[in-house]
Design a protein around this ligand. Structure first.
Ligand code: ADP
Length: 638
């Protein structure tokens, strides 16, 4: 029979499994039981919605079978099973979430020498190879008469052949490795060891996990003693027992289940190597009764900000899984939240389309939204460092949430935002910023730049800082859109430090500035003309202190937005442009020089104008169209 080869990725994963260190091996059982439970969930759902399965809810079971002589351990389920193609695709390729994620983390861990990672989260079916030198999978899929046998002894490939199986389901048969001096694989055939593992890792599995266990029983013998009493003998009998307690963790009360238990459940179920920053437990009664166990992760999954990421909570109706990722249960702005919702009030027979419009779901979703918001606010108040860790992963998501749907969720989200403050040199919330505003401060000031350093070095920040006011540094592309959507916070308007009117001048100062501007009009017009339409205006600046020039804009489109549009795929030449304005510092020696040139040598004045514009652009982080012309101009001054 021809052997098929594993794909390269799978091979590497198998190697890791086969050679993993002993203390981690025990998790293989948890992985296989979890797969069995998922398979039963799927078939149970079909039986309740479509029917024709021939099993009722109480018929679903997971069996742990042992054959000491053959040294095999089998995990058997009567779940949905796998077709030939599914055996091939699911077990021959590591394209599956758990295993793929594991591999990525593993590659990282090998680099960092942190091999402990195996024990930390789900590694999937391949973990069977940690304890077996051969694995046989016999499976019959729901709706199929034929069963298939998948078999592999590890890295050298696998075979698939037709075989028999009574009933639908899957058996994973592990041929345990021989014992070595350090490692006893025989232990995985012992009742005490298996019981311990099931209790430790799989106690909350909702389906019964059955195992034959030996029991000593006292029995009467035929022989009688001198008093005529029958003699006793002790015999070992076997009996099938349910090993797990079967009550899902979210159905248990706070007194029974600690937050640590929930965290362990999270890491295992959602395959995260980091603890969540918050655990939310809800036990709601009322219009719709439900229980929810939610988690706010610390890290964004690698695909979080891509289309591949599928948000949603697991939805159960009295312990039966209805939907793996029900996106309608959480608003998009909180799509990073993971967890489960279980409500006895939901009917199973809702089709997936109808489910979307279900009023009950809306009630749950709107409750959860409030709970998540409250939990995040609490985290921000009470565990700021953890909140900031979270914010680094998901702050961008919150900002997108503010902007989405014309700001529908801005009220919900605005207090969860953080920006770097120029004064505090750390993250502050808008509430914290406005609280510390001096009474006369009119606006909430902000400056945009690729990095905090760039934003902080904008010449325009000087004026605001010298007035003693704090500035928020905005470094994400979406930030300016956030500000435009919010418009105000606590009745205070936002003001870009590059704005024309910073609200800092007295009446006299304003009149004085206008007078000076009028006096310099001829020179300013000359500069504008020398710049060949690159700017819409040239002005004497009211905000510059030590810098000679800066670039600002007229109208809605700012330079940051222009950069954003320019970087959009397919933008090229026709991207939206800001109306640029060149501001000159009338108090700077450079301006004096320019003035003198304007009076004595117009050609030189035109060159100086072009140099000043180039400098303003460089400071604003806008690339020069012709850097060599600029260099020539500068060198021409020597
Ligand atoms: P994961 O569980 O992360 O997807 P696994 O490697 O454990 O990765 O399993 C791969 C896939 O094989 C599963 O997604 C599932 O479709 C299928 N599978 C595994 N075990 C079973 C089983 N006992 N019954 C039915 N399908 C199974």
């Amino acid at each position: 029979m021809a052997k098929k080869q594993f794909k390269a990725e799978s091979k590497r994963l198998l190697d890791i499994m086969i050679n993993s260190i002993y203390t981690h091996k025990e998790i293989f059982l948890r992985e296989l039981i979890s797969n069995a439970s998922d398979a039963i969930d799927k078939l149970c759902y079909i039986s309740l919605t479509e029917g024709g399965v021939g099993l009722s809810r109480s018929d679903f079971k997971i069996h742990i079978l042992r054959d000491r002589e053959a040294r095999t351990l089998t995990v058997s389920d009567n779940g949905i099973g796998m077709t030939k193609e599914e055996l091939e695709n699911n077990l021959g390729v590591i394209a599956h979430s758990g295993s793929l994620k594991f591999k990525r983390e593993m590659d990282k861990a090998v680099e960092d020498d942190d091999i402990d990672i195996i024990g930390q989260f789900g590694v999937g079916f391949y973990s069977a190879f940690m304890v077996s030198d051969r694995v046989t999978v016999i499976s019959r899929a729901h709706g199929q008469d034929k069963a298939y046998k998948w078999e592999s002894a590890g890295a050298d490939g696998y075979t698939i052949t037709e075989c028999e199986r009574t009933g639908v389901g899957t058996d994973v048969i592990m041929h345990l490795k021989p014992d070595t001096e350090e490692e006893s694989y025989s232990e995985f055939l012992e009742t005490w060891r298996l019981r311990e593992l099931i209790k430790k890792y799989s106690d909350y599995i909702r389906w019964p996990i059955l195992m034959e266990v030996e029991k000593t029983e006292a029995r009467e013998t035929d022989e009688k003693d001198e008093n005529g009493k029958p003699g006793m003998e002790y015999v070992t009998v076997t009996e099938e027992q349910v090993i797990n307690s079967m009550v899902p963790i979210w159905q248990r009360s706070r007194t029974e289940v600690t937050d640590e238990d929930c965290i362990a459940f999270y890491r295992e179920k959602f395959r995260d190597s980091a603890d969540p920053v918050a655990v939310i437990r809800v036990n709601a009664e009322g219009l719709v009764s439900y229980r929810a166990l939610l988690f706010i992760p610390e890290m964004a999954p690698y695909d979080y900000y891509t289309r591949d990421y599928k948000p949603g909570l697991e939805l159960y109706s009295s312990g039966v899984l209805i939907m793996e990722k029900c996106a309608d249960l959480i608003p998009d702005c909180f799509r990073f939240v993971r967890g489960v919702v279980d409500s006895p009030d939901l009917s199973l027979n809702i089709s997936r389309e109808l489910l979307q419009h279900d009023r009950q779901l809306k009630v749950i979703a709107s409750n959860l939204e409030k709970k998540i918001k409250a939990e995040l606010s609490k985290l921000m108040e009470e565990k700021r460092d953890r909140y900031e860790v979270f914010y680094k992963s998901f702050g961008l998501q919150l900002k997108y949430g503010v902007v989405a749907d014309f700001g529908m969720k801005k009220e919900l989200l605005q207090d969860l935002l953080l920006f770097v403050s120029s004064r505090e040199e750390k993250f502050v919330s808008l509430g914290e910023y406005t609280e510390k505003m001096p009474e006369e401060q009119k606006y909430i000031y902000y400056a945009c730049g690729e990095t905090v350093r760039r934003a902080a070095s904008l010449p325009q920040t000087e004026r605001v800082r010298s007035a003693g006011y704090d500035i928020l540094y905005l470094t994400d592309d979406v930030d300016e859109f956030v500000i435009q959507t919010l418009r105000k916070y606590n009745d205070k308007e936002f003001c870009n430090v590059t704005a024309d009117d910073l609200g800092l001048e007295s009446e006299e100062e304003r009149a004085d500035a206008e007078k000076k501007q009028a006096e310099a009009r001829e020179l300013l017009d000359f500069v504008k003309e020398s710049l060949d339409g690159q700017v819409v205006d040239v002005r004497l600046s009211r905000k510059l202190k030590s810098h000679p020039v800066c670039l600002t804009t007229d109208g809605e489109i700012t330079l940051e937005m222009e950069k954003y549009f320019r970087n959009m795929p397919g933008a090229e030449g026709d991207a939206i442009k800001a109306r640029r304005v060149l501001e000159l510092n009338g108090e700077h020696p450079a301006f004096e020089s320019l003035k003198r040139a304007f009076e004595n040598d117009r050609e030189r004045a035109a060159k100086l104008s072009r140099i000043l514009l180039a400098q303003a652009m460089l400071i604003a982080d806008i690339p020069l169209e012709d850097p060599s012309e600029y260099t020539e101009l500068v060198c021409g001054l020597f």
